[in-house]
Ligand binder design. Sequence first.
Ligand SMILES: *Cc1c(COP(=O)(O)O)cnc(C)c1O
Length: 412
Amino acid sequence: MDVPDRRFETLSVTHGEHGSTRSDVAEDVVVPIHLSSTYAVDGLNPDADLESLDPDAGEYLYSRLSNPTRNALEHRLAAMEGGEHGMAFASGTAAVVSTITAVVRPGDHVVAFEDLYGGTKTMLSRLFEDRLNVSVTLVDARDPDAVADAVRPETTLLWMETPTNPLMRLCDVEAMADVAHDNGAVLGVDNTFVSPYFQRPLDLGADVVVHSTTKYLNGHSDSVGGAVVTDDTDLAGEIRFLQQVGMGNVLSPFDAYMVLRGTKTLPLRMQRHQENATAIAEYLEDHDRVREVRYPGLDSHPQHDLARRQMSGYGGVLTFELDADLDGVEQFLGALREFPLAVSLGGVESLVEHPATMTHSPLSQAERDRLGISDSLLRMSVGVEHVDDLLADLERGFEALSAAETTASTAD
Ligand SMILES: *Cc1c(COP(=O)(O)O)cnc(C)c1O
């Protein structure tokens, strides 16, 4: 495969695909969905080494080990994150668990951002702490000193997300890399929230990057998948072993095709997500029924300077606090037509989500209070629709909120 010296917008359309499959039938411009689970080989090869089959040289044996459609996607994912090795998994969760398992051993210690994706937090406690004797310290990683203070001699992994979900807090990836490397630990960053189009953690010093491709990379809310990219060949070997043999967590050929297709429009989509999210964040910030808007692109975001430094854009997810109680939140949500109430994010269609009762309901009330996830907090994944339709919809929500309050006060 040629060295990816082209620009992001070009890589995301063609890298990994052109000339990647020689077919007897036709020179496909788009990689076909190779469904075959097994491949005929030329003859007996006593020297064959299953661990070092080279798909780029046409060495395919069995589809769990390597598959031409998945291989094309893995090259593209690596190129988009600016890394050497790409791997595609059956889910973002599979990408996360394989990466953490590749790094930590029983007795090791992990330091992670306290405002992590809920599933990853549960994985760290119920799988790694409870079953595998790995200890985990969750810290407010907005403060690099807090992270450095949490590191112990047996710390082998720092696990970060930026921005976080749902509070849109950032950590300084360069500072995290310094802390990790000063202590001989690996820095892993989950880059799902803004995609490699807006943020490239490997360029900032991270050792390994993971994604839920379910979100922006696929971008159409119709495929579940995950990705890992790293420059570290030894680490890639360990993660690949877990992907193919240790856990068998590979992305299916059909989903690999879906993500290849999705990435072609990633730059176009991200630009529109960001334009729409910015307009909505500004509208909400001016609204007297909104207490607070959290979007890294706003001047009012407490870490806006860091956002400008390490991101080239701010994505399509924002969080805001309605000036209303849970009943008011229900009135507001019930009036929306363009924002279905649904978890997940990163698709072309807008969604709204209520963290306290949906994504973050597994947390205790005390933990939600401590983090700042109140009953009036809403998270939006802003899609690529016409922004005026989205703004008009929010207006409907606010009107329903006032109407319900007027009715309630007349009834008193
Ligand atoms: C969705 C998500 C995951 C989990 O990915 P799945 O594809 O649902 O397994 C991990 N991290 C972040 C930040 C996510 O948003």
